[in-house]
Design a protein around this ligand. Structure first.
Ligand code: G6P
Length: 509
């Protein structure tokens, strides 16, 4: 029997999170229903065209292609490690077609092998090879690829396998009870992304009531809210649904389900620092003393909570889910035990889940807690979760400003926005060193973080954009303004940096 490596493919119609505003600007404000339908038709056409082109390319190279249809990004990685020959798993590689947080007309490919998602070096290699193939491309090679694709492409419902694994994990945690969530009312908000499966395929088989779940149908135009657990409108929507349905818990996903957050029955949001605190509490119960790796934007209160209340170690690293995951893996390799890498964005990965950042798996860990509490006779719905974050100090004020660098400004003097951003940061660092009211964070992996006026600020370069995000947390608005003024004074000599939002904030007070 001949063997050919197999690649699975999945598509998400479109994703756009932070850049949603830009997309809206690009869309004609007088757009009618017919325009919307046309936009949707084109968007669907685009992803299907990309999927078919990728399938042809892979089949043309002599590999088997399996199409999964709509799936989540973490499920795609999972298909490289799942042992299920009926579903043609494990596959040798998988490709997610998604626009991630970019506008819907900017779909891209995410590549996975059983070692995880490919990083920059591998992607560069793929692009160079692709350019080479493109240069030697002929009509005959296209016809050959089309012929091979038409005979080799298979379709598999992999999401069925993936969701049954999630269901099995919760049942196991509850002592192999078939319906450990019986009687719980849990609403899901998929924000019209790909996470709608969680209600019918995970929660309902576990016995939960899911009525009132919303925006489960994929729609790349996101007609209700941006699927993003950091977005205020998104959190408001799931909170409202929890109230309207008198639910025990609300669960919200980002578009491709690698991020998530929750809301308890009293409307308390379990996202950002609170979700990290909750996950840390769960993980530190299982692995006392372990190191929790987080992104740079996490609060000082979180460090105190992890270290003083939970007895763990908080390693505040850089922004970026791949950065925190890779750092946790590195710590383990040098003998420092770490079981959780998590970002305020809602990306979170556990060692026990092969460091896969899976929003659905994070929520499974919360469900395990609910189910095992119920199994051991503890009532009170989602209170068991809120009790776990008891003692987390939270700032009265937490704000974020995204200060844009105008790349065409003459002050860049032909240099890159990164060089310009670094120059701003260097100057802020120097100013901070000479300000007796500010203390630079002794250990810091990106940007400039300083404490003062009872709070802190962090100015850093965005991972992707010509932007310097500024986070400020403080015990009062006055203190936040003082921190804001310190930053504003330092950046005012950089005319290509648009600090107007920060300026407005300090003036308003
Ligand atoms: O640096 P920023 O612009 O705030 O963006 C940072 C974020 O970029 C993407 O969305 C990544 O998926 C996140 O892991 C990361 O946190």
């Amino acid at each position: 029997m001949s063997f050919s490596p197999s690649i699975s493919l999945s598509i998400i119609l479109c994703v756009c999170e932070r850049r949603e505003e830009k997309r809206r600007e690009e869309t004609d404000p007088s757009c009618c229903c017919a325009c919307e339908r046309e936009t949707k038709r084109r968007q669907t056409y685009r992803v299907v065209a990309v999927r078919d082109a990728v399938s042809r390319g892979i089949a043309g190279a002599g590999l088997d292609v399996i199409q999964y249809g709509l799936a989540s990004t973490p499920a795609m990685f999972n298909s490289t490690i799942t042992e299920d020959h009926d579903f043609l798993c494990p596959v040798d590689g998988s490709i997610m077609i998604t626009a991630s947080h970019l506008p819907y007309n900017r779909n891209g490919l995410k590549f996975f092998t059983n070692a995880g998602g490919l990083g920059k070096a591998d992607i560069k290699d793929i692009l160079e090879r692709a350019a080479n193939i493109y240069n030697n491309f002929t009509i005959e090679s296209l016809k050959d690829a089309e012929r091979k694709a038409s005979s080799s492409v298979k379709r598999v419902d992999y999401m069925g396998v993936y969701t049954s694994d999630l269901v099995a994990a919760v049942r196991k945690a509850a002592g192999n009870i078939e319906k450990p969530l019986e009687g719980f009312h849990i609403v899901v908000d998929a924000g019209n992304g790909a996470g709608g499966f969680f209600a019918a395929k995970v929660l309902e088989p576990l016995g939960a009531i899911t009525t009132g779940s919303q925006f489960l149908e994929p729609d790349g135009l996101f007609p209700n809210h941006i699927p993003n657990p950091e977005d205020k409108a998104a959190m408001k929507a799931i909170t409202q649904s929890v109230f309207d349905n008198k639910a025990d818990l609300g669960i919200i996903f980002d578009t491709d389900v690698d991020r998530s957050a929750a809301v308890d029955s009293s409307g308390r949001e379990l996202n950002r620092n609170r979700l990290i605190a909750l996950m840390s509490a769960i993980v530190l119960e299982e692995h006392p003393g372990t190191t929790i790796v987080t992104d740079s934007v996490t609060s000082d209160g979180l460090t105190t909570f992890i270290e003083k209340k939970l007895g763990g170690k908080h390693h505040r690293f850089k922004r970026g889910y791949k950065n925190v995951i890779d750092e946790a893996i590195r710590l383990n390799s040098v003998g420092e035990e770490s079981h959780l890498a998590i970002e305020t964005s809602g990306h979170g990965a556990l060692k026990e889940n092969r460091w896969l950042d899976d929003g659905a798996y994070l929520m499974v860990k919360l469900l395990n807690k609910l189910a095992s509490a119920r199994a051991s006779g503890v009532g009170g719905g989602s209170k068991v979760l809120i009790d776990l974050v008891d003692g987390l100090e939270e700032p009265a004020v937490a704000v974020e400003f995204r200060l844009k660098i105008d790349q065409s400004h003459p002050d860049l003097k032909g240099g890159s926005f990164r060089d310009y951003g670094e120059a701003v940061l260097k100057h802020l660092e120097n100013v901070t060193d000479t300000d007796p009211k500010l203390q630079k964070a002794p250990v810091n992996y990106e940007g400039v973080r300083a404490s003062g006026y009872g709070g802190w600020f962090l100015l850093r370069l965005s991972l992707h954009d010509p932007v310097l995000p500024l986070n400020i947390e403080a015990p009062s608005n006055d203190d936040a303004v003082k921190l804001g003024l310190a930053v504003l004074a330092a950046v005012k000599g950089f005319p290509a940096l648009d600090a107007s939002a920060l300026d407005k904030f300090v003036r308003a007070s």
